[in-house]
Design a protein around this ligand. Structure first.
Ligand SMILES: Cc1cc2nc3c(=O)[nH]c(=O)nc-3n(C[C@H](O)[C@H](O)[C@H](O)COP(=O)(O)OP(=O)(O)OC[C@H]3O[C@@H](n4cnc5c(N)ncnc54)[C@H](O)[C@@H]3O)c2cc1C
Length: 636
């Protein structure tokens, strides 16, 4: 029985006897393959390093790819013999465009540290000739002084960055490879031995980076730390720089191909802030659209929803009108002894049909920090991540907030609620499956509220790594490891050439970023705490209450309705939501529907009973007067 050291979730390719030869034959990229044995203790211990390496060089895949092959698997016995694998692990490099059978070049060095292996990958790529070099791989050799100086004053379509470094440094080549999948930026390297160049550019320390802008201006690149990750992050985040479009993807994509220019609707925002309007739009979408696919809630679904409402009612640092609405919803759910609740009843409460003063959740979908460059991108899933980060941070800052609830003193309260919400209600079932796999792997190890904040941050970054370059990535908001150095320089460090997080600083940053003081009220609609019917303009611009897609199950994936719902998830504008309207006259209250005929009958009966009561009143009054006159008349 063998154990699997690597899974499809890891950022590497799992090869087998069926795929090895055809993968390597005339491959457009070079390969580094680890032949391992799943029973070998050293291979087991080494597997985290190999996975980290694969993640670290993920952006290099157009030049060199990382693979693994398990020689302990019965199916692979023969192929390992054919490749003369005698010891485990064995590392083999394979050149790009190899057309004859080749067992690869073995790496024999004793140092298998990540940085060493990564540098060998760079050397191996440089050993390719001009003819067999992978086509997208830019030249890795240093440029000369004249070459660089000729860029001065030139206008161009793209930025050009020059990394100036010592001859034995790998930073320049690594940054060149990191930026390979990005458009509108080119990276070159030059050596510190080019004294005239250093003098001209005013560079005194190395490594350093110099940036030539498309408009012909140029300056030293201003990064907080002169490290590979800082240079690469800075360049990836330059305005207009984005990933090249992906033609084929294997990841679950949440996007529909609906694109829209950025145009005048674009709202300026600050990436270092969280926007209340995103959180409120997310809550609106969750309560009035996502949940609407469930006609009734019962059993586990109902419990999940109750826990979700408990967590948001107690922890959401929102406006009073929204918090009061959530608290009312919670009170109602807790006091109701029902084990089955019609969704319409929840909707009536979300819409404050009882007209309780001071309760209000806007029905407008408006994304600001979560707006995408097209309506098909970002929006709802972005707001959901943001909401849960805010909730984990609130739970850590106010440990007593969940007192007297079923979730009291549970460090996992928010994470478990999120896990169950995502698994039960979140429209993207693939996402739910991935999230569940991550939760099963490590959520139980979370023992404190602060660790919960960090767990969610770590898992979100894992999702970012997996989705980088996928169709659901907004080119204007590339999926990077977050927080980027511009947001939190102190969060980033380097140890033996490997980027590492300073988790203490990350926690401090997360608490500040997702803390109440950093939530901007900008763009929030003026609240209408005085309950009342929505204005006609609001009604037109709102998600129609009670008029949403319904049914016991979400729409099957890929169906037109499902895609339509996914469109809504991405960031449906008011017009889109209005398009979901169906005609449904009358009024609903606590889940009971009244038609217009019912309403007219009520009014009619009310009027008739009033007239009847008045008639009775006059009748008895007249009779009692007559009776008094008869009683008091003196006998004659
Ligand atoms: C639980 C869950 C699972 C998902 N799984 C998938 C999937 O399998 N496939 C798929 O295609 N899509 C998936 N999605 C959607 C995807 O993760 C993005 O939400 C979506 O593509 C929108 O991306 P975005 O650019 O707005 O950034 P998001 O990833 O949505 O992030 C929103 C904001 O959070 C901040 N942020 C980014 N990273 C972190 C971090 N590590 N810690 C704290 N804050 C951070 C940034 O300010 C960012 O703008 C999932 C969403 C959720 C909520």
């Amino acid at each position: 029985q063998t154990t699997r050291l690597y899974t499809e979730e890891d950022p590497l390719i799992i090869l087998t006897s069926d795929t090895l030869k055809q993968t390597l034959h005339n491959s457009s990229t070079a390969w580094l393959v680890q032949f391992y044995s799943s029973w070998c203790g050293h291979c087991i211990q080494y597997s985290p390093t190999w996975k980290a390496l694969a993640g670290d060089v993920r952006d290099w895949i157009q030049a060199i790819r990382i693979g693994v092959l398990d020689c302990a698997h019965e199916k692979n016995f023969d192929i390992c013999k054919e490749f003369s694998i005698h010891f485990y692990p064995t590392f083999r490099y394979f050149k790009a465009h190899g057309t004859t059978f080749d067992v690869g070049k073995t790496y024999k060095g004793a140092d298998r540290e990540l940085q060493t292996v990564r540098q060998l990958m760079v050397n191996f790529l440089q050993n390719h000739t001009r003819q067999d070099r992978p086509a997208p791989c830019p030249p890795l050799e240093p440029s000369g002084t004249e070459d660089i100086l000729s860029l001065m004053g030139w206008k161009s379509e793209h930025y050009t960055a020059v990394i100036i470094e010592d001859g034995d440094s790998y930073v320049g080549r690594e940054v060149i490879l990191d930026l390979m999948p990005f458009e509108r930026v080119a990276v070159k390297r030059a050596l510190t031995s080019e004294k005239r160049l250093l003098e001209k550019l005013g560079i005194t320390v190395a490594p350093a980076a110099y940036l030539f802008h498309p408009n012909g201006t140029h300056s030293i690149m201003d990064v907080q730390k002169r490290l590979r990750f800082f240079f690469s992050s800075f360049l990836k985040l330059l305005p207009g720089v984005h990933r090249k479009p992906v033609t084929s993807v294997h990841q679950p994509a949440l996007s529909a191909n609906k694109s829209q220019g950025i145009g005048e609707m674009w709202k300026e925002f600050d990436r270092s802030k969280v926007y209340m309007v995103d959180l409120e739009s997310g809550l609106h979408y969750l309560l009035r659209v996502e949940l609407a696919t469930h006609k009734t809630l019962e059993g586990e679904e109902l419990k999940t929803f109750k826990d979700f409402v408990t967590v948001v009612a107690k922890l959401f640092p929102g406006r009073q009108s929204v918090v009061k609405l959530l608290e009312t919803l919670l009170e109602w759910l807790v006091s109701l002894p029902l084990d089955k609740i019609p969704y319409d009843a929840i909707l009536d409460l979300a819409n404050n049909k009882m007209r309780i003063s001071g309760l209000y959740l806007s029905q407008r979908v408006q994304w600001v920090g979560c707006q995408g460059s097209s309506t098909a991108l970002r929006g709802y899933p972005c707001s959901l991540w943001t909401l849960f980060h805010v909730l984990t941070v609130q739970a850590a800052s106010r440990p007593d907030a969940l007192a007297n609830t079923a979730l009291e003193e549970d460090p996992l309260a928010v994470l478990q609620t999120m896990r169950r919400y995502i698994g039960t209600f979140f429209g993207c079932s693939e996402c739910g499956r991935h999230f569940e796999a991550m939760a099963q792997e490590s959520m139980s190890q979370v023992k404190s509220l602060e660790k919960a904040v960090l767990w969610l941050w770590r898992k979100h970054n894992q999702v970012n790594t997996r989705l980088a370059g996928s169709m659901s990535e907004d080119p204007m908001f590339p999926k990077t490891q977050w927080p980027t150095p511009d947001l939190c320089p102190a969060c980033h460090e380097e140890q033996e050439g490997l980027h590492v997080w300073n988790e203490g600083m990350v926690l401090t940053f997360l608490k500040q970023h997702y803390g109440t003081a950093n939530i901007s009220p900008k763009y929030t609609s003026t609240s209408r705490p005085q309950a009342g019917p929505p204005t006609p303009a609001e009604a037109a611009a709102s998600t129609p209450a009670g008029l949403l897609p319904r049914g016991p199950k979400p729409f099957p994936e890929g169906s037109p309705k499902h895609l339509r719902r996914m469109d809504l998830m991405r960031g449906a504008g008011e017009g889109d939501v209005a398009a979901q309207m169906e005609h449904r006259p009358g009024v609903t209250f606590l889940g009971i529907g009244f038609s217009s005929v019912d309403m007219s009958l009520c009014v009619l009966l009310y009027a008739a009973s009033c007239i009847f009561l008045m008639l009775m009143f006059f009748f008895f009054r007249v009779r009692s007067k007559r009776w008094k006159v008869r009683i008091h008349r003196p006998y004659v």
